[in-house]
Design a protein around this ligand. Sequence first.
Ligand code: GDP
Length: 296
Amino acid sequence: MASLKQQALDLLEETLAPTPKVFLIGTLVVLLLPVLLHFLIVRSSPYTSPPTILLAGPSSAGKTALLTRLERGDVPAQTHTSQRAHTVELTSPSSSASRASLALALRDTESKHTKFLVVDIPGHGKLRSDALSRFSPAALADAKARGVVFVVDAAALSDQDYLAAAGGYLYDVLLALQRRTAGIKTSKIPGAIPVLVAANKGDLFTALPAALVKSTLEAEISRVRASRSKGLLDSGVGGEEVGGEEADAWLGAYGTEKFGFEQMKEFNVDVEVVGGNVLGEGPGVDKWWKWMADKV
Ligand code: GDP
């Protein structure tokens, strides 16, 4: 018993004695422990940013209203409990998302909860180039973009100016998405980023039905495409001989007269047009919500 006590005392004395060995071990512990702890903590709780749905479209289309509805958490209607959503947070724009508002939505399915961000991108007028920079391949990858919801006011599309603004903006967004995959070898194609054209304000009797919104936008994009590629086709240059740069700036199937959203499939971009309404009586936002939840 006494010898055990003596042994313990000896050990204590050795440990506390200021020998070089003790100093060395002490220094190593002091230096390495924080590093070790850091890696342990980082590994056990990796910070993963949630995937993003980008919300774009001409001004007054209803983006803010949709975001507010997401934030309030009343989407969709109570009928689908498995798809019930509520927004848990509305964060102030961070440095990486300046001038954009964010809603953090929670998809609530039977088996898992998935958080995702819905980022409203103001894209009218002077902010257009700023908005389009968010559709560059690097920015999309950075934001973990899983889809784009392009909101349009279906009741305003009969107005030529509004149609030109909406069509021009959608053209730019689709071209950016096309460039993301064009020319990339099949094995390296990045994850698809589909587009939902949300034909909003379906509660208004002047609103065009989804099929008409689709054909109206396609016709407008055909017009934009023809004017932007001025003379490219008229010059008599055949599709085969045209330089890569020109074909690169052409949205959809090269050389076609009419643009159709299905032409985007070749570039791994699915486009769907779905009607709905954020306010008033109508189908509401259920289908848009389901689309978003399916993509994240
Ligand atoms: P943003 O510029 O795209 O963010 O558009 P806002 O969300 O500010 O909406 C523009 C206007 O349209 C506002 O006065 C909204 O109240 C209105 N609005 C938005 N969604 C709807 C809708 O579904 N139906 C109707 N009737 N008005 C809507």
